[in-house]
Design a protein around this ligand. Structure first.
Ligand SMILES: Cc1cc2nc3c(=O)[nH]c(=O)nc-3n(C[C@H](O)[C@H](O)[C@H](O)COP(=O)(O)OP(=O)(O)OC[C@H]3O[C@@H](n4cnc5c(N)ncnc54)[C@H](O)[C@@H]3O)c2cc1C
Length: 290
């Protein structure tokens, strides 16, 4: 029988880590369940200038300061991806790819996830397909890469990539002709009205098949960076917790959701201003009440 925690936190971004700090310091038996690595979105930020006490800091350094405190407080971190929940009883159950977890209170801190293309790109995830230009650009130094973009969503990533890659082809699904003609970066090529159909390659990405203005084209590339924006991934809570029409979790000002004993904090909830300080504030409130 798996142990019963006082508080289980889904997601180890800054919201989840702050919730853990507050819950742990109240003597609660608490664990964070994180599917990837502590830090969340902050890890990929190159420069943060509005986190109080730090005039300027890179995201990796800031997130390492958070995780150091988690370690110092002996908060248990479980690496698993929560794919199903059962909140029907007083004891809540979380189902991960690796196991089941039970707790009296749950804090959902799963932030935002990258919007996917919805083709076969995830077959090549980590083998040429990336969702983070800042994190992975260096793996493709002096190579040609592609960016999947919608209405200019990939331009910021393309500029980051152009710092190290030899060529960056932005495949935008909308009309980007104005941007393309104004673009002065010789490494960046913007193709409008491009529908990416398939990622191809043997073991790693080798080319992209895209329909451009009605014609299929093959574009040789070492990587595809999917830069289509972010959204809350809350489908597992549909019909269990109240969500707003964009999929954000509804809470009251104390981070309580529509289910007793379940809280939501940070970017995943329907709050104003998606910023680190707000995620920390939410986490502190839930960690104090859970
Ligand atoms: C480009 C960009 C620039 C930004 N710049 C700033 C800035 O300058 N200043 C500022 O204050 N804010 C900035 N932000 C916003 C800030 O990064 C976020 O508000 C903050 O990181 C939100 O933290 P979070 O903990 O709520 O979510 P996240 O950081 O998204 O963390 C969620 C965590 O949950 C994990 N997770 C998700 N689903 C599951 C699951 N099913 N099971 C287990 N784990 C799961 C994820 O792996 C992740 O680690 C920026 C954001 C972006 C995208």
């Amino acid at each position: 029988m798996e142990s019963l925690y006082d508080v289980l936190i889904i997601g180890g971004g800054v919201a989840g880590m702050t919730a853990a700090i507050y819950a742990k310091r109240r003597g609660k038996n608490v664990a964070i369940i994180e599917r990837f690595a502590l830090g969340g979105q902050v890890v990929s930020l190159t420069r943060i200038e509005n986190f109080p006490s730090q005039s300027e800091i890179d995201g990796l350094s800031l997130s390492q300061m958070f995780s150091k405190q988690i370690k110092h407080l002996n908060v248990k971190v479980i690496f698993d991806d929560i794919i199903k929940v059962d909140f029907s009883d007083k004891e809540k159950v979380l189902y991960g790819g690796k196991g089941q977890y039970r707790a009296k209170s749950i804090i959902i801190a799963t932030g935002l996830s990258s919007v996917e293309l919805g083709k076969n790109e995830n077959d090549f995830f980590g083998r040429g397909v990336s969702y983070c230009a800042v994190c992975d650009a260096n793996f493709y130094k002096n190579q040609a890469v592609c960016v999947a973009s919608k209405g200019g969503s990939g331009i910021k990533g393309a500029l980051e990539l152009a710092e190290v890659c030899s060529k960056v082809v932005v495949l935008d699904s909308e009309d980007m002709s104005k941007y393309a003609s104004a673009n002065k970066n010789p490494k960046i090529q913007v193709i409008s009205n491009a529908e990416i159909k398939k990622v191809e390659g043997d073991k790693v990405v080798d080319r992209i098949v895209a329909n451009v203005d009605g014609k299929d084209r093959e574009i040789k590339t070492a990587a595809l960076f999917v830069e289509l924006g972010k959204k809350p991934k809350t489908d597992i809570y549909q019909n269990i917790i109240d969500l707003d029409d964009r999929g954000f979790i509804k809470t009251d000002s104390n981070m309580r959701t529509s289910v007793d004993g379940v809280f939501a904090v940070g970017d995943v909830r329907c709050g104003f201003l998606k910023q680190i300080v707000m995620a920390c504030s939410d986490g502190a409130i839930a960690g104090q009440l859970a």
